[in-house]
Design a binder for this molecule. Structure first.
Ligand code: DOR
Ligand code: ZN
Length: 472
């Protein structure tokens, strides 16, 4: 068989080790990994001397803003930025306009993403009080999972009551889809923010004071109880504090199907950066006191936290630089810089590149039913690759970002470790740090290959649907 591409001399990275081998690609899939002499003839070869070959990152948490806020980002700019960051699959959040909260809005987003995305993607559906009835039609319309907001954030999608949340979990559990949670408790934040506003606080640190770690800890604990009761699968987005780790670890120990992600800004930034960054650092949940960082790293190392995602949340510069912190839009771009930030820590010896692959690709693929088509380098898998040069350093520069949003707290930071080539299903999207023309629309929704095993539904006889039936 003639391969489309054979990559020689690269170091192939798996979660459990590195293999110096060649890798052959045919028809968008990995055909073989092995000795150079064992490779089939190929239309093209690439010499990857000095490069590590990683499964492309799967970023389970991005906001590409399209439709609705395309002055912040769109599917072209978002996926271009991702390709520069070694990311080959993203899961896009539903806080667009219209919100991805029914079959029609979902179909509209599929049409836009399908024509513009350069890399693969999954679409989240909004799960709230108003969309419980729409769960079946959204599952049928092709989603990667659900997103539920326990607290208010950009886009102001409604936060369900605990009662509605339980019902939502009951309805989603049998579908097997994972529910990703913005785990911050709305009522605590609303009261604290109102008090702070009344007291005249408008500085950047007031944002952190309004959302202390108890906001997240209470939400994670409550969500875990509801997941345990129903058997729904859940994922805790953007874990920001040491305090959340205990309810997360305890829920795992009880057998709850719960996963968690943290983001580079919680690992690398702290309350000490507010003075430097001002409103640019405003994000939900907030960047916290520095003593949260070491526990988050430890939790990544021991598996309590499963993965790295970015919460890529682009906004326009005027939306990030207002004087009153309460009027600054929350979030900043991250999909392009995550890999370099993390590989810098690999270079510094804090984690191995195998750990990194586990957090960035393997665990995301496994927990959303994409494994072994994605998240791994093995024959039969999609040839989604990030070829990185661990020795190359650069200073992050907001102006050089390919996101439409060119404002972030990373500006001026030195990193070491850079994606050089990014391939999605065998096709170069980024080649020698240059975007390949004509790749717009190459991206495909991954829901079609997702295989979620049936969830362990619990207390099915006590769901709202079960108890409203007349006895007998
Ligand atoms: O800071 C944030 N920005 N946190 C979120 O949860 C949403 C995001 C956004 O969409 O801008
Ligand atoms: Zn988010």
């Amino acid at each position: 068989m003639l391969a489309d591409l054979v990559i020689h001399n690269g170091r192939i990275v798996h979660p459990d080790g590195i293999v110096d081998a060649s890798l052959a690609i045919a028809g968008g899939r990995i055909l073989a990994i092995g000795a150079a002499e064992a490779m089939p003839a190929a239309k093209e070869t690439l010499d990857a001397s000095g490069l590590h070959v990683l499964p492309g990152a799967i970023d389970v948490h991005v906001h590409f803003r399209d439709p609705g806020y395309t002055h912040k980002e769109d599917w072209d700019t978002g996926t271009t930025s991702a390709a520069f960051g070694g990311v080959t699959t993203v899961f896009d959040m539903p806080n667009t306009v219209p919100a991805t909260a029914n079959a029609q809005a979902l179909a509209e987003k599929h049409a836009i993403a399908g024509s513009r995305a350069r890399i693969d993607y999954g679409l989240y559906a909004y799960l709230g009080e108003s969309s419980i009835e729409q769960v079946p039609e959204m599952v049928a319309g092709g989603i990667i999972g659900f997103k539920l907001y326990m607290g208010e954030t950009f886009g102001k999608l409604a936060t369900p009551s605990t009662g509605a949340m339980l019902e939502a979990f009951e309805v989603v559990a049998p579908t097997g889809k994972r529910i990703s949670l913005h785990a911050e408790t709305a009522s605590i934040m609303a009261r604290r923010e109102a008090r702070m506003r009344a007291a005249g606080r408008t500085d950047a640190l007031a944002h952190l004071a309004a959302r202390p770690a108890v906001v997240a800890t209470e939400a994670v604990s409550r969500a875990a109880v509801l997941a345990e009761w129903t058997g729904a699968r859940i994922h805790i987005l953007h874990i920001s504090s040491a305090a959340e780790l205990r309810p997360l670890a305890e829920a795992k120990a009880r057998g709850v199907d719960i996963t968690g992600e943290t983001c580079p800004h919680y690992l690398f930034l702290s309350a000490d950066d507010y003075a430097r960054c001002g409103g640019v650092i405003r994000v939900n949940p907030p960047v916290r006191e520095a003593d949260n960082q070491a526990p988050l790293w430890k939790a990544l190392m021991d598996g309590t936290v499963d993965m790295i995602a970015t919460d890529h949340a682009p906004h326009a510069p005027p939306e990030k630089t207002r004087n009153d912190i309460w009027s600054v839009d929350c979030g900043f771009p991250g999909v392009e810089t995550q890999m370099s930030l993390m590989l810098s820590q690999v270079n510094a010896g804090r984690a191995s590149i195998c750990d990194y692959v586990r957090w960035s690709a393997y665990n995301p693929a496994r927990n959303w039913g994409l494994f072994p088509r994605k998240g791994t380098l093995q024959p039969g898998a999609d040839a989604d690759l990030a070829l990185v040069d661990l020795g190359q350093d650069m200073v992050l520069d907001d102006a050089a970002l390919h996101s439409r949003s060119k404002i972030s707290p990373w500006h001026g930071r030195r990193v070491k470790g850079l994606p050089i080539h990014t391939l999605v299903r065998g096709r170069f999207i980024l080649r020698n740090r240059t975007l390949v023309e004509g790749t717009e629309g190459w991206g495909r929704s991954v829901h079609a290959i997702q295989q979620m095993p049936p969830a362990q539904v619990r207390n099915a006889d006590k769901t709202m649907q079960a108890i409203i039936r007349l006895p007998g």
